[in-house]
Design a protein around this ligand. Structure first.
Ligand SMILES: Nc1ncnc2c1ncn2[C@@H]1O[C@H](COP(=O)(O)OP(=O)(O)OP(=O)(O)O)[C@@H](O)[C@H]1O
Length: 281
């Protein structure tokens, strides 16, 4: 069966043009399959975050960045379009590394983007949406009796799940996650991983991680970057068990702590997880 593509890049190149010019991405062409979880991995500084931010035009909020090539969502360019950037970012949500609650109640944190976009009928409808998305991220049982409490008073792991709920509530087609477990304690990281595991059948998720073990546990597909270039993109089993590229083989060999398993049962969750969140627009 051919897997359909949700998001793709063609010859995507990103250069930072500040004091020191850095070619962070050099002509990356890659397809991200629909309703799969793809991890982007590679050594520090190889361009993982740059690639992720290019996928929903986040670079536009910072100066001195040049982008060439294209990024397409469902076959249509997200750069060469009349759609405003906030609408693109609604369709392609972004969950950053450090979990940050908005200075609002738990309820309002989830309702925030929905209210801005006006995608609800009345208060009952909004209540239902808030419950639906808190349930989706496995947080409802923990917060249902204190929805008016400030979101910032939750634990870091709960805030990360709250951030996921806020991103999902505006019904994105793709969710970009930048090391969303790296700032969390092991138990919270495991809970967020479980949530991502539940979500990945329903959403296209693209996740940067530093953890090979997390990639093995969670990913359907792996994209490996090295010095701004795409070295290999493959399904997770092939990537770890039968890499096509020598550089991938070397990289994987350096991270062989956990064998890849189909079920991924019984693996310990990494402690190298962390995270932040940008308000839905
Ligand atoms: N705003 C910026 N201005 C100048 N150079 C930048 C900027 N952001 C990133 N870079 C450079 O671009 C390259 C890629 O950075 P990027 O953050 O995308 O890598 P990464 O793989 O995500 O790194 P890490 O794993 O350490 O988070 C690095 O050389 C980095 O120093």
């Amino acid at each position: 069966m051919t897997q359909s593509t949700a998001l793709s890049t063609t010859e995507l190149a990103v250069t930072y043009t500040g004091n020191r010019e850095v070619e962070a991405l050099k002509g990356v062409s890659v397809d991200f399959p629909e309703n799969q979880l793809t991890t982007i991995i590679g050594p520090s500084g190889c361009g993982k975050s740059t690639l992720l931010k290019s996928l929903n035009r986040l670079h536009e909020i910072q100066p001195n960045v040049e982008i060439t090539g294209s990024v397409s969502l469902q076959g249509e360019s997200i750069y060469n379009t009349d759609d405003p950037a906030p609408e693109i970012r609604r369709r392609i949500g972004y969950v950053p590394q450090t979990p940050t609650a908005l200075p609002l109640s738990i309820y309002e944190n989830v309702a925030y983007g929905v209210k801005i976009h006006g995608d609800y009928d009345d208060k009952d409808d909004l209540d239902d949406l808030v419950e639906t998305y808190l349930r989706k991220v496995n947080l409802w049982d923990e917060v249902q009796d204190r929805l008016e409490m400030p979101g910032a008073e939750l634990s870091t792991g709960q805030i990360q799940r709250l951030c996921l709920a806020r991103s999902l509530a505006v019904e994105p087609e793709v969710l970009l996650c930048d090391e969303v477990t790296s700032a969390l304690d092991p138990i919270s990281a495991e809970q967020v991983e479980e949530t991502l595991e539940d979500l990945k059948a329903e959403y296209t998720i693209i996740m940067v991680t530093h953890s090979m073990d997390q990639a093995k546990r969670l990913a359907d597909e792996v994209v490996f970057l090295y010095l701004g270039e795409l070295i290999e993109a493959n399904d997770t089993r092939s990537f770890f068990e039968n890499p096509e590229n020598d550089r991938t083989r070397e990289f994987v060999k350096g991270h062989t702590a956990v064998e890849y398993t189909d079920s991924n049962e019984g693996d310990d969750t990494d402690t190298d997880s962390g995270t932040e969140t940008i308000p839905a627009e």
